[in-house]
Design a protein around this ligand. Structure first.
Ligand code: DGL
Length: 289
């Protein structure tokens, strides 16, 4: 069965491009619509209420695009808002979580698995619970690494500050004796070559952007595949187009893509009360345009 409607994806910013890139390579006759809320990235430390509001705006926009299915290319949003998303849009929803957890279990020889994710994702224990539901005796280290996201958004992966933080996280998972790590934040596959510098050569990495191909295939078997001669991507981004384009050029192999600035979400401002207190007060500002 053919179905030439687009596949929708969204994330806080450039992270979901790991997923988009993987899916465009694997499904070369599909059309994709990607939303990156980079004016509000990172999302990983934002409250559930704020993410609810931002996600609502994005889903409203995607509904107008008449997509055939929706890939939640953000673990934080899915972990917090699974039920809300499912009840907000009447198309199949694909997540990065289930398939990646199963891949980690089948990849790991020791069942000592590290989950690298944002503070928000870790607070829900979504990966821990999923791994345990499939394989109760697995030991899971939940590593909250929210601070890495901004470096990726800023095209600053190679700066010493980011590399130092990354080295620290790798030390933690080495101490835990993890033999497998899940990149449970869609930004983190872009750190793969840096991570390889600091980890044991035996460490196995699970990239949910690859795992999710299986879920999408299962979905398209039911709802129908695109039959476009050339896959096409439209990226709608809420913040800087230049920064986004630089990232796409440096880290992705996307083809036939267009980037459009669109104020889909309101701007969230953050007031940080203390350096050591990552609880922040957030306020949603109305769009000026
Ligand atoms: N890439 C997203 C995730 O998978 C969000 C990261 C962020 O914006 O903090 O969780």
């Amino acid at each position: 069965m053919s179905n030439n409607k687009a596949i929708g994806l969204f994330d806080s910013g450039v992270g979901g491009l790991s997923v988009l890139n993987s899916l465009q390579n694997a499904f070369p006759t599909e059309e994709f619509i990607y939303i990156g809320d980079n004016q509000n990235a990172p999302w990983g430390n934002k409250s559930k209420e704020t993410l609810h509001d931002l996600t609502q705006h994005i889903i409203q926009f995607l509904k107008q695009q008449d997509i055939k299915c929706l890939v939640i290319a953000c673990n934080t949003t899915y972990s917090y808002l699974k039920e809300f998303i499912q009840s907000s849009i009447d198309v199949p929803i694909i997540n990065l979580l289930d398939e990646a957890c199963q891949d980690a279990i089948s990849t790991s020889l020791t069942q000592r698995i590290c989950v690298m994710a944002t503070k928000g994702t870790i607070s829900t224990h979504s990966h821990l619970d999923t791994i345990k539901s499939y394989h109760p005796s697995s030991l899971v280290l939940e590593l909250s690494c929210s601070d890495l996201v901004q470096y990726i958004e800023d095209n600053s992966i190679d700066i010493p500050e980011c590399q130092d933080k990354l080295r620290h996280y790798i030390l933690e998972l080495t101490k835990f004796k993890a033999d497998t790590v899940i990149y449970a934040c869609s930004h983190f596959p872009f750190l793969e070559s840096s991570i390889r510098r600091y980890c044991s050569p035996e460490l196995k990495t699970v990239n949910p952007a690859i795992s999710v191909r299986h879920s999408l295939k299962n979905c398209l078997d039911i709802i129908g595949y695109g039959t476009h001669d050339l896959s096409k991507v439209t990226c709608y981004i809420t913040g800087s187009k230049d920064k986004f384009l630089t990232f796409v050029t440096n880290y992705c192999s996307l083809h036939n893509y267009t980037i459009i600035e669109e104020k889909i979400t309101p701007l969230v401002t953050r007031v940080i009360h203390s350096e050591h207190d990552i609880t922040v007060r957030e306020s949603i500002q109305l769009n000026s345009n």
